[in-house]
Design a protein around this ligand. Structure first.
Ligand code: G3P
Length: 218
């Protein structure tokens, strides 16, 4: 499973990139709304330094408008992936964009049948929302597992991006469930590094090393 970062914040993307673990970025209108920059300038800038796909979401709801918006977004950089909501109008736009060679990410996926529809329309990626399903008492990771099985049984090459990741446990559970990618908020990525025994172990290695150096005239 690969890691994408789920943010539109340039500092967060640059920091996570510097850790050597990020292979793409996903954004959505809510994430973009937290930033000051102009949407198109922000995307161009992110796509310019990220070495991997950058998902940018359309905000219209009619098929033709989504296609037009998607083409405009895709023209900003070769690594832009057009994010389209899971609606009948959305799958129609996905079909046209994919026929034009523009990669798409179908978002707001909450059931295996929605994922299957998106894949059949030609989506490059589907994004099941794990945390939001858990929020209503359903099984978000179970959805990822079901979609992975469905795509495997039917030999579909649409990739699964586990989205709406809320905590480190979601990360490894989605990996075990067969997600190709998890798109993870900066805070959760940072949490994934953390373990008290790692921190305590590092501290005692450094204490011992410094004592050794002192005893050896270092
Ligand atoms: O990529 C979609 C994801 O950002 C949604 O996350 O936490 O708003 O449910 P959340």
């Amino acid at each position: 499973m690969e890691f994408f970062i789920d943010t539109a914040n340039i500092d967060e993307i640059r920091t996570a990139e510097s850790w050597g673990i990020i292979s793409g970025v996903t954004t959505n209108p809510s994430l973009v709304s937290r930033e000051e920059d102009d949407f198109f300038e922000l995307l161009k800038s992110i796509a310019g330094f990220v070495n991997g796909p950058v998902s940018a979401e359309v905000t219209s709801s009619a098929t033709n408008e989504m296609i037009e918006e998607g083409k405009k977004l895709a023209s900003l950089a070769s690594n832009i992936v057009v994010k389209i909501p899971m609606t009948p109008e959305g799958t129609a736009a996905v079909r046209t964009l994919s026929q034009d060679g523009i990669p798409t990410n179908v978002t707001l996926v909450f059931s295996p049948q929605q994922a299957l529809l998106a894949a059949r329309a030609g989506a490059s990626y589907v994004s099941p929302f794990v945390g939001r399903l858990d929020d209503i008492g359903e099984d978000g990771v179970g959805l990822v597992r079901d979609i992975a099985e469905l795509f495997s049984v039917h030999d579909l090459d649409t990739k699964i991006i586990a989205a709406s990741i809320r905590h480190p446990r979601h990360v490894f559970e989605c990996a075990l469930a067969g997600a190709d990618i998890a798109t993870v908020p900066f805070k959760v990525l940072r949490q994934c590094y953390s373990h008290p025994l790692t921190e305590r172990g590092l501290e005692s290695f450094m204490t011992d090393w410094n004592r050794y150096r002192k005893n050896h005239g270092g």
